[in-house]
Design a protein around this ligand. Structure first.
Ligand SMILES: NC(=O)c1ccc[n+]([C@@H]2O[C@H](COP(=O)([O-])OP(=O)(O)OC[C@H]3O[C@@H](n4cnc5c(N)ncnc54)[C@H](OP(=O)(O)O)[C@@H]3O)[C@@H](O)[C@H]2O)c1
Length: 320
């Protein structure tokens, strides 16, 4: 049994971990810690978590915990992932794992698993889309455009605060960048242009980033205000693949392939991304398969985010 401890009584933890764990044999949520123990108690009662630990440090050091889920603001991800690994615990850390590319070194030592919660990558929709593009279904890949625009952020939200690692690129762009890289490969991504709109000091409300990936052109759109957009589109010299609803297919999705005049549509009903993610984490801990969403993948995304902030005239995010 993999016993999970939750760092923070965060808004996302019930969906991303508590409910998902109920659907995955071999994992269970055993404890939670929050800055305010009363808040942790309330969370534990509401979510059926058996134990409350008095502090983040007590949770990472607890002998009854095998895996620490870091559901904290972005700027705290690296610090608490490092602390958990130092205590011998595996880590599932919320996205983005890194505040900037220089953070990766602290998590690159051999040791317990580090998985970033880039959950969409574990869904069969993502696997099928990658296989189609890699298998030549649209011919030679020419461009990839990914959008994640989700106008849900309010003043005071952790995403609006530079000191906590906020920003549209950090919160939503990281998905879109990982989408572009999942088709085009990470090694040669270079930012050619970045248009950032700021709405809070040093925090991007939206971003439009152009990438050069060898022979492939990339575009990343993300926004915390405006209309909703959730898509990933790959264009090749023989066709186009649209992934509609790629980041959370459980809310609705379609995979549309056009080759010549022929259109095919596929859907993948079933479990949420978070369930697939916990299965992948379990398999990685048991040595059955690499997790595929580890430090290397997070670093490739962080490099693009860093370059986009530099190109757009904003400071890099920093871990605290
Ligand atoms: N995978 C997904 O689909 C998904 C969705 C949403 C968010 N996320 C990621 O999950 C993480 C948490 O997001 P969320 O929406 O769940 O956030 P949230 O509920 O607003 O905050 C998360 C936790 O951060 C802790 N915290 C520690 N220091 C803090 C500080 N200085 N200011 C504010 N909070 C602080 C709080 O823990 P205490 O309980 O200890 O007070 C709070 O419970 C982020 O990295 C975000 O990118 C992922």
């Amino acid at each position: 049994m993999i016993r999970i401890g939750l760092l923070g009584a965060s808004a996302i933890a019930p969906r991303a971990v508590v409910e998902a764990a109920r659907a995955v044999p071999g994992v269970e949520v055993v404890a939670v810690a929050a800055r305010d123990p009363a808040r942790a108690e309330a969370f534990a009662r509401a979510n059926g978590v058996p134990r409350v630990l008095p502090s983040y440090q007590a949770l990472v050091e607890d002998d009854g915990v095998d895996l620490v889920y870091v559901g904290l603001p972005n700027a705290l991800h690296v610090r608490w992932s490092v602390a958990a690994r130092a205590a011998g615990k595996h880590v599932l850390c919320e996205k983005p794992l890194l505040c900037n590319a220089s953070d990766a070194g602290a998590l690159s030592e051999p040791g317990p698993l580090v998985a970033e919660a880039m959950h969409w990558r574990h869904h069969p929709l993502a696997a099928r889309a990658r296989a189609l593009v890699a298998g030549g279904a649209i011919g030679a890949l020419r461009s990839v455009e990914a959008a994640f625009c989700s106008p849900t952020r309010r003043d005071g939200d952790i995403r609006t605060q530079y000191a906590l690692g906020g920003g549209a690129l950090m919160d939503l762009g990281c998905y879109a960048i990982s989408g572009v890289l999942s088709f085009a490969g990470p090694s040669v991504a270079a930012v050619t242009r970045a248009r950032l709109v700021t709405g809070w000091p040093d925090v991007d409300v939206s971003a439009d980033v152009r990438l050069s990936l060898g022979a492939v052109q990339g575009r990343v759109l993300c926004a915390m205000r405006g209309s909703i957009r959730r898509s990933l589109v790959a264009r090749g010299d023989a066709g186009t693949l649209w992934v509609l609803g790629p980041w959370a297919p459980q809310r609705g999705h379609a995979l549309v392939l056009r080759r010549g005049w022929r259109l095919t549509v596929e859907r993948f009903p079933g479990e949420p991304t978070f369930v697939h993610q916990l299965r992948a984490v379990r398999a990685a801990i048991h040595g059955e398969a690499p997790v595929g969403t580890g430090v290397a993948e997070a670093l490739a995304v962080a490099r693009v985010i860093d370059d986009a902030y530099r190109a757009g005239g904003l400071p890099l995010r920093r871990s605290t």
